[in-house]
Structure formats: structure tokens, C-alpha cells
Design a protein around this ligand. Structure first.
Ligand code: B16
Ligand code: MG
Length: 216
């Protein structure tokens, strides 16, 4: 039985990954190197400071900045990212997601992002979630299960009745460590550990989810 759907945000509900990438690439350019889209893939689902380490490593700059300087670089990237996010509209919700969220089952947002609230408000999505757990409330990043366990607890759901929708391998592992089933969303090659795969929410119904998940 499925009684609670927990959604990752970036890459599942909205495509903010391209804004994250543009903001990191601009920072890299300021630091004197190119950060490619392929390198940007590694920042998906990863916290802001861990993403900064990935960017600095790509430029051969790891270990070059103090903690205070890294905080400043991350803040600069975030300010640029927020300029993109502040222009978002409901049209940027990925196809089929809003319709799927309207189904009576309990819905929770479980995201690593500290900007999740702003994105939900810009896209008119907040009323569709019964609970929101984001990067401001968790101390351990995915693949630690903390974000999903907190999300399930917020709506009083046992992990065994929860299904997590995720686009990143770290999130699929976090779901499994939380004792939850998972749906790997999108074409990412690293999602093979998910209970099932889903290319897009367009045309996807809760009944199809229940049939597929309960059969596995
Ligand atoms: P912020 P998710 C993650 O969100 C993104 O996938 C990842 O690229 C980003 O670095 C992280 O949030 C932190 O975001 O800088 O906004 O706090 O996929 O867990 O919804
Ligand atoms: Mg994601």
C-alpha cells in the first residue's frame, strides 16, 4: 500500500538544475576556468558546499580557499542562482507533476535545497504539499535518509507506505536507507537501484504507480 509520496525538488518537480549550473559556471569563469555541463552533473542532489568543492576541484583549485572564502564563493553563487529563481513561474513545473500532486494521497517535499520554499512559492506549489522538509531542516545530506525520515514523520507515515521520487543516485540510496521504495525520475544512468523508473510524470497516474510498486 502507498500512503505517502515524497518528492525531491530539483530535477523532479522543477528543472532548476540548469540554473544551478549557470550560476556555478559563472563563478568558475570568474575564477578563471570553464565548468562544463558534464562536470555540472555531479552537483545534482548534492548540498551547496559539497557542490562548491566539486566546482573547485574541476578547476584544480581544491584546498586553495579558506573556510571564510568558500562561504563567500557559495554566497556569490547563491545570489546568482536566486536571480534566476526569482523569475520562475508556474509554467516551469515539469509536465504532469501538478496533476499527479492533486491526488488524495499525502504529499511531502524532501529536498537538499535551502531555497525550496522560494521555488514552491514562485511556482504556486506550496498548497499541494502536506509537509516540506528542505536543506534548512536537515543536518545530514543525502544519501543519509534524514530528509525522507523527517518528511514521513511530519505526516505521521511509516516508511513502508512511502514512495520517494528522486532524480539523483544519492537520493535513491537515501530512500533505500530510510526503508522506503523509490521511483528514479528521468533518464539518469545512475538510478538503477530505484524500485521503478519513470521518464516523465506526463500521463502518469497514481493507479499506475500503485500497480507497478505493489507488484514489485
Ligand atoms: P541550494 P534537490 C539540490 O536539490 C540540488 O539538486 C543540488 O544541485 C543543490 O546543490 C542542492 O539542492 C542545494 O541547493 O544551494 O539551493 O541550497 O535535488 O535535493 O531538490
Ligand atoms: Mg534532485
Amino acid at each position: 500500500m502507498i500512503d505517502c509520496c515524497i518528492f525531491d525538488l530539483d530535477g523532479v518537480v522543477v528543472d532548476t538544475a540548469r540554473y544551478h549550473y549557470l550560476a556555478w559556471a559563472a563563478l568558475a569563469r570568474e575564477l578563471g576556468f570553464e565548468f562544463t555541463p558534464v562536470q555540472g552533473e555531479a552537483t545534482k542532489g548534492v548540498s551547496r558546499m559539497a557542490s562548491l568543492e566539486i566546482v573547485l576541484r574541476a578547476g584544480g583549485l581544491e584546498g586553495r580557499f579558506s573556510a571564510a572564502e568558500r562561504e563567500r564563493l557559495a554566497a556569490e553563487k547563491n545570489a546568482r542562482y536566486l536571480r534566476f529563481v526569482s523569475q520562475m513561474t508556474p509554467a516551469e513545473v515539469l509536465p504532469g507533476v501538478a496533476a499527479f500532486l492533486h491526488r488524495g494521497v499525502r504529499t511531502v517535499l524532501g529536498s537538499a535545497s535551502k531555497n525550496a520554499g522560494t521555488i514552491l512559492d514562485r511556482c504556486g506549489l506550496r498548497p499541494l504539499f502536506d509537509a516540506v522538509v528542505d536543506g534548512n531542516e536537515v543536518s545530514r545530506a543525502k544519501p543519509d535518509p534524514e530528509v525522507f525520515l523527517k518528511g514521513a514523520a511530519a505526516v505521521d507515515a511509516a516508511p513502508s507506505v512511502c514512495v520517494v521520487f528522486e532524480d539523483a543516485a544519492a537520493g535513491i540510496e537515501a530512500a533505500s536507507r530510510a526503508g522506503m521504495r523509490s521511483v528514479g525520475v528521468g533518464g539518469g544512468a545512475s538510478l538503477s537501484a530505484a524500485t521503478m523508473r519513470l521518464e516523465t510524470f506526463a500521463g502518469f497516474t497514481f493507479e499506475q504507480l500503485a500497480m507497478k510498486i505493489d507488484r514489485d
